[in-house]
Design a protein around this ligand. Structure first.
Ligand SMILES: Nc1ncnc2c1ncn2[C@@H]1O[C@H](COP(=O)(O)OP(=O)(O)OP(=O)(O)O)[C@@H](O)[C@H]1O
Ligand SMILES: [Mg+2]
Length: 240
């Protein structure tokens, strides 16, 4: 039986949901014991005199437990998608907030950031924190793909005829392997080595955008950069 591209997209979406559900259940189970490991290792350190050779191992335990905590936090964020969409979000302002927050980071030292924000962009109904989290994830990915050097272009546009807001985040980074174009949105898919990535960023973005009734897509050519596009619906009363 021949499967269409649309079928593939639906299957991917279902797979992301199923994996996400399992992941968030595991995260809930792990949250408490990891907190306890952190606390007890901390207490041990406090009791041990400076210069004790055993401190080194306890410091390692503490560091690794902290890393586990970070992963679990990512998983819990992934599962907190049911949050209310009760705010009128000014997307342009959210993007400016996120850029102001990130641009001093060393990752952006030699990145030139361009913004083309549509002044006629209507607000959308949603959750501002969650949408800012999406922009942070996309912008950090973009900076990482450029290894700190290149151009990041952020733009917004009101698509009047479709009653949608379009947001794009384009980089001049390493680009994405054509075989990875769908899998990048799955939880735990990462090409980043060591401890640089958990592979949760884009799956969180995917979940948040779907929860807002929108879509997120990617276009990329290996070695030539990537463009992520988000479409979000505008509620009728905000059009005026
Ligand atoms: N702008 C981009 N340019 C090139 N590759 C990208 C870009 N954004 C995402 N990717 C690819 O998609 C993968 C998954 O991205 P995702 O944000 O989900 O996880 P991560 O960045 O690896 O880890 P995390 O976000 O959890 O720290 C990345 O490892 C990378 O291979
Ligand atoms: Mg990421």
């Amino acid at each position: 039986m021949k499967r269409s591209k649309r079928d593939d997209k639906l299957i991917t979406s279902e797979r992301i949901k199923a994996k996400g559900k399992l992941a968030s259940e595991i995260a809930h189970e792990l949250n408490t014991p990891i907190g306890a490991i952190l606390m007890y290792s901390h207490l041990l350190l406090e009791d041990m005199p400076e210069g004790d050779p055993r401190r080194e191992n306890i410091i390692k335990i503490n560091k690794l437990a902290n890393r586990c905590k970070m992963i679990v936090k990512g998983l819990l964020d992934f599962s907190s998608r049911g949050e209310p969409l009760s705010e009128k979000v000014q997307i342009n302002q959210s993007i400016r907030n996120v850029v102001a927050f990130l641009e001093d980071h060393v990752l952006f030292k030699e990145v030139s950031i361009r913004m083309y924000l549509d002044p006629a962009l209507p607000s959308i109904q949603g959750n501002e924190n969650k949408l800012e989290q999406v922009f942070v994830n996309l912008i950090v990915n973009a900076a990482q793909s450029m290894e700190g050097k290149g151009t990041l272009t952020l733009s917004t546009e009101f698509l009047r005829d479709r009653n949608q807001v379009r947001i794009t985040c384009a980089d001049t980074g390493c680009g994405i392997d054509p075989n990875h174009m769908e899998t990048i949105f799955e939880p735990f898919f990462t090409t980043k080595e060591d401890e640089r990535g958990t592979g949760l960023g884009l799956s969180i973005c995917h979940g948040i955008i779907e929860h807002h009734g929108g879509t997120i897509m990617v276009d990329s050519a290996k070695g030539e950069g990537s463009t992520f596009t988000i479409l979000l619906p505008v509620v009728e009363e905000d059009r005026a």
